[in-house]
Ligand binder design. Structure first.
Ligand code: MLT
Ligand code: MN
Ligand code: ZN
Length: 301
């Protein structure tokens, strides 16, 4: 499997339009070694010819422009055969509206995302050319020739725009799913850009995988309030922190031989820059994604 990180940042990107935090200011001014990073998406291919997009970010137009393997190879043509969406958050769904130009592709969604699409008539712009399929949890399906995918529920939450006062937004259903990819040789890779908790069941599932792209939204659970940009914790937003008891480093560092790469990184996260937090991540055997990062996994890697 060959992956390209189209967007390494969480919703809002780096810099976020209205944010004057240290990271965002550095990314804007080009100081401190921080480069701008776009919103959450991966591309995957088995052969370098046919590609699937995992999450359609609002930045997808620019992400495709700067990624030659995803350019058209003829008049009104695309190597993008399929698009798969892991939740209904705007950073993962709104990019579909950019892919509205009459080009056929397979769109794989959960029931929860299908309901969001059906409730928002703006997505009618994708009809009739986009072939939408609703995928049940744990049902294998061909994402690309030679690449099987499975969606599975992870602890998450409803999208922000569906939260209701007084109702717990937390979910453990198809509102937030991870993707398990299996190649013909049985090698597995995972993409879990949003997850509130690494449960024992989930850790067992990940065991033995070659590759894991995982939720790197916040380093500390209370990172947003510490910086002063918001009051919500990472977990309240549906994102397990990297650090701390039950954080990703503590729960997943023992996974072998898995290559572990943080994606969906919020602009506030200190791992964007050199420093103690990034050093801790690397010391635990994890990596920090960046736009354009290429990763090979499984057979032949
Ligand atoms: C998230 O991952 O928490 C969401 O993308 C937040 C948002 O919708 O902006
Ligand atoms: Mn997000
Ligand atoms: Zn910021």
């Amino acid at each position: 499997m060959r992956f390209i990180v189209l967007g390494a940042a969480a919703g809002g990107g780096l810099p976020q339009w209205n944010c004057g935090c240290g990271n965002c200011n550095s990314a804007r001014s080009g100081t401190g070694g921080l480069l701008p990073q776009s919103q959450s998406s991966l591309a995957v291919s088995m052969d370098g010819r046919d590609w699937a997009i995992l999450n359609a970010s609002p930045d997808i137009r620019q992400q495709l422009i700067v990624c030659p393997p995803l350019h058209p190879r003829g008049l009104r043509n695309t190597p993008i055969k399929s698009v798969l969406i892991t939740n209904g958050d705007i950073d993962h769904l709104a990019g579909l509206l950019t892919l509205r130009e009459g080009q056929a592709f397979d769109l794989f969604v959960t029931g929860a995302v299908a309901r969001v699409i059906d409730a928002n008539p703006i997505f009618n712009a994708l009809r009739p050319h986009v072939r939408r399929q609703t995928i049940a949890s744990d049902a294998p399906f061909p994402l690309l020739p030679g690449l099987e995918a499975r969606l599975f529920a992870v602890p998450g939450k409803v999208p922000l725009y569906m939260e209701r006062a007084g109702a717990d937004p937390a979910t453990l259903d198809d509102h937030t799913v991870g993707i398990e990819l299996t190649d013909a040789a049985g090698e597995r890779a995972f993409y879990i850009p949003g997850c509130r908790e690494w449960t024992p069941d989930l850790v067992a599932r990940l065991t033995g995988a070659r590759l894991l792209f995982l939720d790197g939204t916040v380093f500390e659970d209370d990172e947003l309030s510490r910086i002063g940009v918001a009051t919500k914790t990472g977990r309240r937003m549906g994102h397990v922190p990297i650090s701390g008891e039950d954080g990703s480093l503590a729960r997943l560092a023992a996974l072998r031989p898995t290559r572990k790469i943080f994606v969906h990184i919020n602009n506030t996260n200190p791992v964007w820059r050199e420093g103690a937090e990034r050093t801790e991540v690397v010391r635990h055997g994890f990596e920090v994604a960046f736009d354009g990062m290429e990763v090979e996994s499984g057979t032949g890697a």
